[in-house]
Design a protein. Structure first.
Lengths: 117, 114
């Protein structure tokens, strides 16, 4: 069975610190897709990034960056110069196939990030 | 314009009642989903529909019955509500069922069963 592990349950940092959220996944598929979602205190789930298994390039978007390493089955997320508004639960997810019918997201348990001023 | 909307946002009801949650997406997507988020924030797939057809039913009790009248709508009806059904239910949609595209989530419906 496919699996996503976010070993860090909670992280607390002070504003302007850099923070990395870890994600390790397990899959037998050769083609797969990984995602990060943010759930702020207001409760909605906000899509952040998608990465397919053939694209190992790191990605940067503003203060956010992602490091995908197939060799270690990891897809880590770094926030540079964290801000209070970054406080949220962050979920890593893997797209899992259900036979030939379709796919659904398998989520990690989430990492709660608290950024204090 | 809201991409994926759900009603109601909050639902408080007594054990044994029957309730429905509605979901609509205006993204023109073919595939819709229901996920359940429990009190520990764990998110788990319940159902998926593609073009009004059920394609994933993830061992959910048959008290839960999804219905898709058209590909823009996916409703969730729950019979004989139990305390353990208390959770946040998220509807989502994606362009296709293939998994390569991101899923867009609705705001969630917080169901509390007393």
């Amino acid at each position: 069975a496919q699996k996503v592990t976010q070993a860090q349950t909670e992280i607390s940092v002070v504003e302007k610190e850099d923070v990395t959220l870890d994600c390790v996944y397990e899959t037998r598929d050769t083609t797969y897709y990984l995602f990060w979602y943010k759930q702020p205190p207001s409760g909605e789930l906000v899509f952040l990034i998608r990465r397919n298994s053939f694209d190992e390039q790191n990605e940067i978007s503003g203060r956010y960056s992602w490091n995908f390493q197939k060799s270690t089955s990891s897809f880590n997320f770094t926030i540079t110069a964290s801000q209070v508004v970054d406080s949220a639960v962050y979920f890593c997810a893997l797209s899992e196939e259900y036979g030939q019918a379709g796919t659904a997201l398998i989520f990690g348990k989430g990492t709660t990030l608290s950024v204090s001023s | 314009d809201t991409a994926v909307s759900q009603t109601p946002k909050y639902l408080v009801t007594q054990m044994g009642n029957d309730k429905s949650i509605k979901c609509e997406q205006n993204l023109g997507h073919d595939t819709m989903y229901w996920y359940k988020q429990d009190s520990k924030k764990f998110l788990k797939i319940m159902f998926s529909y593609n073009n009004k057809e059920l394609i994933i039913n993830e061992t959910v009790p048959n008290r839960f019955s999804p219905k898709s009248p058209d590909k823009a709508h996916l409703n969730l009806h729950i019979n004989s509500l139990e305390l353990g059904d208390s959770a946040v239910y998220f509807c989502a949609s994606s362009q296709d069922p293939g998994g390569r595209n991101e899923q867009f989530f609705g705001p969630g419906t917080r169901l509390t069963v007393l």
